[in-house]
Design a protein around this ligand. Structure first.
Ligand SMILES: Nc1ncnc2c1ncn2[C@@H]1O[C@H](COP(=O)(O)OP(=O)(O)OP(=O)(O)O)[C@@H](O)[C@H]1O
Ligand SMILES: [Mg+2]
Length: 376
């Protein structure tokens, strides 16, 4: 695995428009800012007292992708441009946040803007770091956060339902919205998140309410060596949050890695039972949780990964490069990354019949290496 995020993202990365964001949430003092600092190497205030974070901060992190190095080799590309994932560091949440406790309202507004929720859970053991509830208990911490988000959504629905009821009397098309809003309320009343119950409600119809618990969840267990080397414990925590993605890392070690050269960094990781930086796993999981995938382009200038939603068609994928590519789309010349590497060059892949011409209905696969044909 290329250690892509050991160098500062290039100017090209900074100029990319990043539209989807994961909001980092968790109880106070669980290591959110420590993790965020490691992600961005920004000097966001990380301090051992609750509510060190007041303003949310966005960090843009490259998605490690070893395929780019291979492509750059095949095409003689001058540089590699990875896809990126963005994270926002949000202030800590406590019991009662939905009623405006702590920094409750600000917190909820910030989560509302995120596309997915990345919950940091403390499983490291350090008597010097205060736990707001007095003990390390992951399932109770998850419960606390879920409860606050559920209560916030219930408040939203209790305000909205009477209004939608009125509208539904006049407008037929509002009835389905009303029905879904009521169903959502029942699910939340039963203590479940709308994401967990996504097959039971129509998310499209609820979109206008910007409910928090409809967002996908990703869990980061901020652990120490004792946990990271304990396979049974890791498995148990993974099962606790399944089917959501779980990432295990030591946020404090992750921030220390940034000061080390590659060899020492890998040694330090191995000593705590990790095969790669936790941030790499986190970037991948974040990307997956947001429902994103990449396709690849390569030429003498750059080998590049482009971000698209899973299920995007070829013209939509072309539109990520330039809107003209989508408007004037003719076809896409596609070869899978594996076929290209096995052939050794684009010309050899073509000769072997591995390069396909795809039309406007083609649904992109992760790792497609593409050249678009278009009219302007
Ligand atoms: N894996 C870890 N092992 C030991 N200590 C850690 C670990 N991760 C973070 N810490 C320590 O925990 C303390 C709290 O971390 P941090 O400030 O990042 O928390 P936070 O979740 O951002 O808190 P707040 O909600 O107040 O913003 C810091 O002293 C940090 O060094
Ligand atoms: Mg913080």
């Amino acid at each position: 695995m290329a250690r892509g995020n050991r160098t500062r993202p290039s100017a090209a990365v900074d100029s990319l428009t990043v539209s989807l964001t994961l909001g980092i949430v968790g109880l106070p003092n669980v290591g959110k800012s420590t993790l965020f600092n490691a992600l961005t190497r920004n000097d966001v205030l990380a301090a051992n007292y609750p509510f060190a974070t007041i303003e949310p901060n966005v960090g843009v992190v490259p998605l490690p992708d070893a395929r780019l190095t291979k492509l750059a080799g095949i095409f003689g590309s001058e540089r590699e441009v990875p896809a990126v994932v963005s994270f926002v560091d949000i202030a800590g949440i406590v019991k009662g946040a939905s009623e405006g406790e702590g920094l409750g309202n600000k917190f909820l507004a910030n989560i509302r803007e995120a596309n997915a929720i990345c919950q940091v859970i403390r499983v490291f053991d350090d008597p010097d770091v205060v736990h707001v509830d007095g003990r390390v208990d992951p399932s109770s911490d998850i419960e606390t956060i879920n409860t606050e988000l559920i209560l916030a959504d219930l408040q939203t629905l209790e305000k909205a339902i009477p209004r939608i009821e009125k509208e539904a009397r006049m407008q037929k098309d509002r009835r389905a919205v009303l029905e879904n809003a009521k169903k959502a309320k029942d699910i939340l009343d039963a203590g479940r998140t709308l994401f967990a119950a996504q097959s039971e409600v129509d998310g499209e119809l609820l979109r206008e309410l910007s409910l928090l618990t409809t967002k996908p969840f990703l869990y980061v267990f901020n652990a120490d060596e004792g946990v990271l080397t304990d396979d049974a414990r890791v498995k148990e925590l993974r099962e606790l949050v399944a089917p959501a993605d779980a990432v295990f890392l030591d946020a404090k070690v992750e921030s220390e890695l940034l000061e080390l050269d590659e060899e020492s960094a890998l040694e330090l990781l191995e000593s705590i039972g990790q095969a790669e930086p936790g941030l790499h796993a986190l970037a991948r999981a974040g990307f997956h949780t947001l429902g994103l995938q990449t396709y690849l382009t390569a030429g003498p200038k750059e080998a590049r990964a482009w971000t698209i939603p899973q299920g995007a068609t070829a013209p939509q994928a072309a539109g990520v490069i330039h809107t003209d590519f989508e408007k004037g789309f003719i076809k896409a010349e596609v070869v899978s990354f594996d076929d290209l590497v096995a052939s050794g060059s684009k010309a050899d892949a073509k000769a072997a019949g591995k390069v396909r011409m795809e039309g406007k209905d083609y649904v992109m696969s992760d790792g497609d290496v593409v050249e678009f044909r278009f009219n302007v």
